[in-house]
Design a protein around this ligand. Sequence first.
Ligand SMILES: Nc1ncnc2c1ncn2[C@@H]1O[C@H](COP(=O)(O)OP(=O)(O)OP(=O)(O)O)[C@@H](O)[C@H]1O
Ligand SMILES: [Mg+2]
Length: 481
Amino acid sequence: MKPKILIVDDENLLRWSASQKCEEWGYEAAAAASLAEAREKIKADPPDLILLDVRLPDGNGVDFLGELRRDVFAGPVVLVTADPQIEDVKLALRQGAYDYLCKPVNFDDLQVTLANALETSRLRSEVAALRDEASGSRERLEFIGQSTATRQVLDFARRVARSEASAILLQGESGTGKDLLARYIHQQSSRSRQPFVPVNCSAIPETLLEAELFGHEKGAFTDAKAMKKGLFEVADHGTLFLDEIGELPLPLQAKILRALEDQTLRRIGGLRDLRVDLRVIAASNRNLEDEVKAGRFRADLFYRLMVIPIFIPPLRSRREDIPELAAFFIEQFSRRFGKRIRGLTPEAAEMMRRYDWPGNIRELKNAIQRAVILEDGAEIRGLNLPFSPDSGQTLAAAFPTSDEPAELASWRKLPDGRFLPILHIPTGGTSLDEVEKLLVADALQQSGGNQSRAARLLDTTRDTIRYAVKKHRLASSTITD
Ligand SMILES: Nc1ncnc2c1ncn2[C@@H]1O[C@H](COP(=O)(O)OP(=O)(O)OP(=O)(O)O)[C@@H](O)[C@H]1O
Ligand SMILES: [Mg+2]
């Protein structure tokens, strides 16, 4: 990770010699001959430090410094000036310039100044990161589970995280924790202070995907009004998480392979390759080997990713994790919903252990959330688990046949005498719109058509109710304000 230095000066010789020197000292150098050019370069590829001439053809470096500070650039700026006017220098330092040098530039001085400025800025961002961590603003990731299988996955993931591995493949059924593990690997790696960029390959339309991933130059196509960095570039030095990689179209798979192999990429319409330092974590809940056999996934990319495969086993094959996961989520949701639930009744715990969990941890988490909401005792009882035969009976009672109009709610009486609706999704599914319509209609009925009161019942605004009435064409005859 070489620090990048942008040299802004209209003197060709100085630009050239300073660039040479910077590279000699182990930096990456870029140069701009005017403020306009500097603006563009800073936007396209932010440097770590700017060496800024005061007198430039299209403006004054000191003014530009103010502009930089208001805008985006927070790194150190070192001014270079031919005739140091004390007022200029004072103003510049007050505007946050790190230091200034006089022309003709003494390269020994320059070397020391650059090194100090970069070190100061590195320390500053390190302190900021530590402060973040201490104040807990960085989320703590907890990957719960003490079963041998889970411990093996985590140990391996930790070792991989700290290695130089540039590609990792996570496989496992839906809901097994691939997303969580990808974040965990990033957090455990030396890249943790750099960006973690998740991309859901199946959520971005195919026509946009290439530009999203690789970016484009200005004018690369009709809509490309400005240069745009792709996510690969945004994730430089960090981790790019390609979720659902099995959904990627074949031509893009080829480009990704190239980015991985050469650690370079080219923006759409770009003429040169950009170096990137990337770790790609790919995930799929499809069996990629089958996808390769079916010709939907490139074998070469598959083998590149398979250098480090991590398989997260389904929950049913590591049932020892169930009690700990349940306890973890009970704690979490009790706190969130202001309940005091201590755990599961022995009967409910046994049901949890026996159940097959086709939706894995996600299903368990949802089941606990629902049960915490429904439970009014101190322990979750079996009948509040969605897969319990008792719960199934309410479901079956609510939907005797699929031809019946879907009644979406059954009701549970709360200790204070109020009723809480328990929503069930009918076997064939329903739409959120339909649920909204029913609830709004119900609220209006209860409020005798009074929209304000209906809004209060649903803890929303009258405008929302009014909009819903219009959208769902609810009978307006009974509605008052
Ligand atoms: N071991 C675990 N400890 C705590 N929470 C977990 C664990 N595994 C999964 N979860 C939680 O379960 C939910 C589902 O996990 P995640 O989204 O990572 O699954 P996934 O494998 O990416 O699923 P999909 O293939 O459907 O995208 C998330 O809320 C996640 O935080
Ligand atoms: Mg996922």
